[in-house]
Design a protein around this ligand. Structure first.
Ligand code: GLY
Ligand code: MN
Ligand code: MN
Length: 437
């Protein structure tokens, strides 16, 4: 991503902040897996969105109207010995030259410098509660200033979260962001196709996961956007199943919810297909209800429609389908009003998608559902889940969990399905699985 894109974002935020304000955003700390082993470092999305800075131990500071620079970056100092073990560090020079900071200081000096930057500021933009250690340090710096109040120093008395301003910006994706998301979705689509081709009765769920991960990493997506769900039969009815240990049975469906992350941008795709490549009659009937619901929901995505319209469309089709199959009884309108579909379809039809898989952005403005605008990206993922042993439900429906999920961009004239590269009709899926021995 070009430096100018990060700079534009900071300028935009600086213009929205009042005069006399200061914004402080720490990078996420490294988390330990055990002793000397760390989890792979993935920067906090808000921090990276504004800085493009990939290192931990950094703090971004924005001060609108400050003569000696509005954008300051505290970061690690260069150290040849440490760099020999852990790789190169940008240092203060790099922060200015490569990452566009107006000025940069060693992060170890922050206790000496930051209280001075807080002096005489009215408003601090900082999100409390994400990093308790940093919360305490900030409170400490402010208290330090209180001690100087008699010397005429004004202490900021207002700490406001940056979330609202920043997340409104993140909700509308730029052309470069869309390119990354499109690539992440394309890679994930290829991975789902690969999983369909590889699937055989008797395999373990994790062996299918290995196929997905191979395609991700091979394509330059080192990490998935979330832990893959590879759930055969009844496991698919556990919405966040990630054990991925069981053996796949020929007569079961396999639900895969997996998406690659590409350069900090997520994709999120679900497909459900028969382990042996051929849908049984009951599976096919329910599958087609979910597919019809998903297509109806996607149809509702266009600028001017509101956030909940796709969900309403999905609920309507699923309720109608469950009535037609004899799984619900009564008038469709009444069943929708009473939410009778919820034992089968208990989650919402989608969420915002972006740097985070469940991305930021409000779903309502005041009491009203948000109106869709070009540049928003959302998932569309209706499902039907019938675990074994549900009383009053014929056995032929048991052990079926179906979800179909795509990533959809709102365009000027309607929408674009970013994840269209993986089939989803019964015929297409059966053909893909048939043609690969
Ligand atoms: N993979 C998480 C979700 O679909 O929301
Ligand atoms: Mn998903
Ligand atoms: Mn999702």
């Amino acid at each position: 991503m070009k430096r100018s894109e990060f700079s534009k974002r900071r300028q935009h935020l600086l213009r929205m902040m009042e005069e006399g304000a200061i914004a402080i955003l720490p990078a996420k700390p490294v988390s330990k897996r055990n002793r000397d082993t760390e989890y792979p470092y993935r920067p906090d999305s808000d921090f990276w969105y504004l800085s493009g800075f990939p290192e931990p131990d950094a703090v971004l500071v924005l001060i609108p109207g400050r003569k000696h620079g509005e954008y300051l970056l505290f970061c690690r100092e260069r150290d040849a010995q440490i760099e020999q073990w852990n790789g190169s560090v940008a240092g203060q020079e790099g922060a200015v030259e490569q990452y566009g900071a107006d000025d940069s200081f060693p992060v170890t000096d922050i206790d000496d410098i930051l209280p001075g930057l807080l002096e005489n500021r009215n408003q601090v933009y900082y999100t409390m509660g994400r990093d308790q250690v940093f919360d305490q340090r900030l409170i400490g710096w402010i208290n330090q200033l209180r001690g100087k109040a008699r010397a005429g120093i004004h202490v900021p008395d207002n700490i406001t979260s940056l979330d609202h301003m920043l997340h409104e910006m993140r909700l509308i994706k730029s052309a470069t962001e869309i390119k990354r998301m499109r690539y992440a979705a394309q890679v994930s689509a290829r991975a789902h196709c690969r999983a369909m081709r590889a699937c055989r009765p008797g395999m373990r769920e994790y062996q299918i996961e290995a196929e997905l991960l191979h395609e991700f990493v091979f394509s330059g997506c080192r990490y998935p956007a979330y832990s893959a769900i590879v759930a055969g039969g009844a496991n698919a009815c556990v919405l966040h199943y990630t054990d991925n240990q069981d053996r796949l049975k020929a007569s079961d469906l396999l639900l895969i919810d997996a998406g690659a992350e590409y350069q900090n941008y997520a994709s999120d795709i679900t497909r459900t297909f028969p382990v042996n490549g051929k849908f049984r009659r009951a599976q096919k009937a329910l599958y087609n209800v979910v597919l019809e619901a998903q297509l109806a929901a996607i149809e509702r995505i266009r600028p001017g429609n509101h956030w909940n319209e796709p969900h309403e469309a999905a609920v309507q089709v699923i309720t109608q389908g469950l009535v037609e199959l004899g799984l619900l009884k009564g008038r469709v309108a009444t069943l929708v009003r009473k939410e009778a579909y919820k034992p089968f379809f208990m989650h919402r039809t989608g969420h915002w998608l972006g740097m985070d898989v469940h991305d930021v952005g409000e779903y309502k403005v005041g009491d009203s559902w948000r109106v869709l605008e070009p540049g928003m990206v959302m998932t569309v993922e209706p499902g039907i889940y019938i675990p074994p042993g549900v009383r009053g439900i014929d056995k032929k429906w048991w052990n079926i969990g179906i979800r179909i999920e795509d990533d959809v961009l709102v365009t000027k004239t309607g929408h674009e399905v970013l994840s269209a590269g993986v089939p989803k009709t019964v015929e297409e899926i059966e053909a893909l699985m048939r043609n690969h021995e």
